[in-house]
Design a protein around this ligand. Sequence first.
Ligand code: URP
Ligand code: ZN
Ligand code: ZN
Length: 457
Amino acid sequence: MKDIIIKGGEVVTPFTRSKADILISKGIIQAIGRNLDEKGKKVINAAGKLVLPGTIDAHTHMALPMKGTTSSDSFWTGTRAAACGGVTTIIDFTEMADGKVLLKAFRERKKMAQGQCAIDWALHSCLRGWVKGSDAAIDRLIKEGVTSFKMFTVYGERGLMSGDGEIFEALQATARRGAMVTVHSENAGLVDAYTKRKLAIKDTSPLALAESRPNVCEGEAVQRMISLAEAAGGRLYIVHMSTKEALRALKEGQRRGVNVVGETCPQYLLLDRDSLEGRKGHRFTCVPPLRDPIDKLVLWQGVEEGDIAVIGTDHCPFFGKQKDKHAKNFTKIPLGLPGVETLMPLTYTYGVRRGHISVNQMVQVLSANPAMVFGMYPQKGILQPGSDADIVIFDPEKKVTLRAKKLNMNTDYSPYEGLKLVGYPEMTFLRGKLIVNKGKYVGDKGDGKYIKREVAG
Ligand code: URP
Ligand code: ZN
Ligand code: ZN
């Protein structure tokens, strides 16, 4: 591959932005500076454009089995779409397993993704419970580059749930090794009780999904998980935070020194439960459910003030007809929304242009922070010499109206249909290879490689 110079763009890091050229050789950033020597290099003109590190989406579910169906993006279609949206690494999940079969679950999922991905990829291990052998399995997985273990406080009926004592054990065991636990946090007992009430009055509407999991369910569970991490001296990551109550618990935990990181998603920053009441409300069903406008505002504040360190998508798409089949019954509807492709452009228009965050903060929450939290920094997440040349050339003035039919995710609708954006990725480089040009995917299946992640020092 010929060496490349990306010329004259505004290079953005977590704390700086400056006009500079970037020299790429052998997939690595070799130099960043003014007027780099162009001789013998392929020159890409980035004048007037932002030059950003590729986004790392730390929360995707490609081909996830769910309620009798499967999320509609494969590793191939989902990562190709991701590339078009400026994402250069995803972290997906293994199937749920306990300690006895954790390694097997990892190997199966790795086999499924290998050779399929358009961008780099890694895996969180989904861990249920705590059994003899869990410790050893964690050791083996860390050697394979898996340093985060996802647990659930709900979904007993789907065989995903772990008890507090089990999560506490996992927090201690992972922390001893510099790894971490990530948690889907809702209070199972409360969700059950509220759900029974809805079913008793035969209300299975999409809005009833939200009403059966009110804010307190998440707020209580996040607070409890933080207390467990505090007791365990653990490293904790709270996925898809959707409520002001969860944010309050996060801030309190962080202020008293608990090692906890919070993630939210575009759907909780941009949408609210009004969407669940529309004619196509069932197509907006996800868990945690969409909340009230006040939650959106408070979550934006959490991002602005740095309490929420990561925006990931929880990308879990379905075709309209997969959702429509159970439109009137929230207990059967497959839950989740498409989002990996729209993460960066939505964050730019609604975060940066609206004045919530600076473009530097955008780079923090989409690239540098997920790379640091999940053991990929500084290989990923930053534009600096020595790092992988995962680079997005972003046109900050490009006007785009979001239309599902123009997006590349394997679904036929978008929860953001019709939103007007200003700013969109134009080119994506994966380790120096141009894989998206003028918004069109030009890479090859299998360009993406598995990223072995590091434990914290
Ligand atoms: O509704 C959602 N979020 N589906 C994906 C699975 C999960 O709980 O994250
Ligand atoms: Zn979840
Ligand atoms: Zn998820």
